[in-house]
Structures are given as structure tokens and as C-alpha cells.
Design a protein around this ligand. Structure first.
Ligand code: NAD
Length: 294
């Protein structure tokens, strides 16, 4: 049993904190929306009056916040969690944020700090099947790894501060580009009179195979569990994909990497989000691509 602080109890953080309670830890929780903290308290967590209060006395402190500015303010701002935490506490930010902010917060905390963004979405958070990609000191990672595995099925130490966020940005850039081209292939098949099922049967056993095709197929039928079968209810929303592509583009610009395909994916997801697709699953971009064909 560990003493844990958990701040940011939204779609992801709420179920993650509740899984830590279920695993037998003493979890002090805080969110600026009191109803979200109340749901965790009902599940056995302890209500903290502030983020700093949640951090105080904890051996490990987690955040799951929207973006970099929230993480920076929560950890380093006035009444911040870093200063309130014990000198030997391990601090873990699971939010998806930019690499630069992750490195700056890690440097400013004065405590062992890990960036540990996740993949697996809300379903993964609820089922404790997330994958954590982690940057920061190896000994701090070793300390929290068993606890991460109570919220997920894999935790990968990727390197120094910022490496977790770097891995997340690279992975989601691959995901966006493969999803778009998989959608394009199904639209092309429709034009050529090739059935969805036939394309799926061939590509899933050939070199066109990918997670976007075989786990998350963007047309209804071949993979019954994919969002295409429920009118593209997320899953992983196009708005969040656009956010992650923005982080990848920012990292590419800052590091001088050429990512023309990532930039194109960003442009297409921006168009999809701006034309009403924000709340759809990211595989729903197939409708925009289909509409764009003559
Ligand atoms: P969310 O908006 O549902 O949750 C964020 C929570 O943080 C909210 O409840 C908000 O009230 C709280 N918050 C904001 N500022 C705060 C502060 N100063 N103190 C305390 N609480 C504060 O978002 P989410 O979907 O849970 O996503 C969280 C992070 O996880 C994001 O960085 C997102 O990119 C990433 N992520 C989300 C998914 C997904 O499918 N939702 C998947 C992978 C990664």
C-alpha cells in the first residue's frame, strides 16, 4: 500500500485514480471540478482541499491534466504541488504535453520527476490496460513501475526527461498518417468496385497491414469492435488526435526534423475538426476523404 496523490480526475484521471484505490492504495484526490473528486471519494479515495494538499505527504504524486500550461501551473505555480510534496516523493505527469514543457517542469521540480503519457484511451483507463511511455530517472521509474502496472498493462522506460512525451508524439504521428492512408485505400477500393471485406482480407495478411486496419478498421464490418461500427463514437476523438499532431509538429520544428507526412496529417485533421468532426472518432475522417472524391 502506498500513499498516493492524484490530481486531474477527468475522462482518464478519474478511472486511473479509482483503479489505484481498487489496488489498495491510500489515494488523496483533487480536481477543480468537485463532482469529479466526489466520484473517486465514493470509490474509496480521500478528498484533498487543493492540488498541493493532495501532494502533501504522498510517496507518489500523479497528474492527468489537459495540456502543458495546466501541468506547469499545477506543479510549479503558486501553491504548486512540487514544493508541497515530500523531498523524496516521485512526481509523475501522465498528461500528454509538449516535450519542452515536460523537460522544464522536470528541471524545475527539485524532485524525481517522470513524464508518463499514456495510450489506450478511456477504455484503457477504465480497464487498467493503458500503455505508459516514460521519461526521467531510471530509479524513479523502477519505484513507480509496479503502480503504473496497476493502471495499465505496459510501462516502457524511454529515456531521460521528455522521452515519454517524445515517444507519444512520434507514435501518434505514425497512427494519424496510417489511419488516413488506410481510409484512402478503402475509398479507392469503393471507386474500383472492390469490397471492403476483400481489401481487408488481403491487406490484413499483406504488407499494408497496420493497427489502423486490423484493430481499428475505419469501415464497418471487418472488425466488429471498431468505432466505424457505432457511427464513429470515440474511442479516440479527432480533437485529441489534432492536439497530438500539433505537439508532434511543435517538436519537429523545435528539433529541426522534417516531417512532411506528419504535417499533411495535421492539415487534414485540422480540416476535419473545423468541419464538425471534433467529437467523432479519429477514424471518422474517412467521411471527409470520401466526400472529397469526385
Ligand atoms: P479531461 O479534460 O477529461 O480531464 C482533465 C481534468 O483536469 C479535468 O477534470 C479538469 O477539471 C482537471 N483540471 C484542469 N486543471 C486542473 C487543475 N489546475 N487542478 C486540478 N484539476 C485540473 O481530459 P482527459 O480526456 O482525461 O485527458 C487528460 C490528458 O490525457 C490529456 O493530456 C489528453 O491529451 C491525454 N489523453 C487522453 C486520452 C483520451 O482518450 N481521453 C487518451 C490518451 C491521452
Amino acid at each position: 500500500m502506498a500513499r498516493i496523490g492524484f490530481v486531474g480526475l477527468g475522462n482518464m484521471g478519474g478511472p486511473m485514480a479509482r483503479n489505484l484505490v481498487k489496488a489498495g492504495h491510500r489515494v488523496a484526490v483533487f480536481d477543480i471540478v468537485p463532482a469529479l473528486a466526489a466520484r473517486c471519494v465514493e470509490a474509496g479515495a480521500i478528498a484533498a482541499a487543493s492540488a498541493a494538499e493532495a501532494a502533501r505527504g504522498a510517496e507518489m504524486v500523479f497528474t492527468m491534466l489537459p495540456a502543458g500550461q495546466h501541468a506547469r501551473a499545477a506543479w510549479l505555480g503558486e501553491g504548486g504541488m512540487a514544493a508541497a510534496s515530500a523531498a523524496d516523493a516521485v512526481l509523475v505527469d501522465c498528461s500528454t504535453i509538449d516535450v519542452t514543457t515536460a523537460r522544464e517542469v522536470a528541471a524545475g521540480c527539485g524532485r524525481p520527476f517522470l513524464d508518463a503519457p499514456v495510450s489506450g484511451g478511456v477504455m484503457g483507463a477504465e480497464a487498467a490496460t493503458l500503455t505508459f511511455m516514460v521519461g526521467g530517472p531510471a530509479d524513479a521509474f523502477a519505484q513507480v513501475e509496479p503502480v503504473l502496472k496497476q493502471m495499465g498493462r505496459a510501462a516502457i522506460h524511454c529515456g531521460d526527461a521528455g522521452a515519454g512525451q517524445a515517444a507519444k508524439a512520434c507514435n501518434n504521428m505514425i497512427l494519424a498518417a496510417t489511419m488516413i492512408v488506410t481510409c484512402e485505400a478503402f475509398v479507392l477500393a469503393e471507386k474500383l468496385g472492390l469490397s471492403h471485406q476483400a481489401l481487408f482480407e488481403v491487406a490484413s495478411k499483406s504488407s499494408g497491414q497496420s493497427w489502423s486496419l486490423t484493430t481499428y478498421c475505419p469501415v464497418p464490418g471487418p472488425v466488429p469492435g471498431s468505432p466505424a461500427n457505432r457511427d464513429y463514437v470515440p474511442g479516440f476523438s479527432a480533437a485529441l488526435m489534432l492536439k497530438d499532431l500539433g505537439l508532434a509538429a511543435e517538436a519537429a520544428a523545435a528539433s529541426g526534423a522534417a516531417t512532411p507526412m506528419g504535417a499533411k496529417a495535421l492539415e487534414l485533421y485540422r480540416r476535419f475538426v473545423e468541419s464538425g468532426g471534433a467529437g467523432k472518432d479519429f477514424s471518422g475522417i474517412i467521411a471527409m476523404l470520401r466526400a472529397g472524391t469526385s
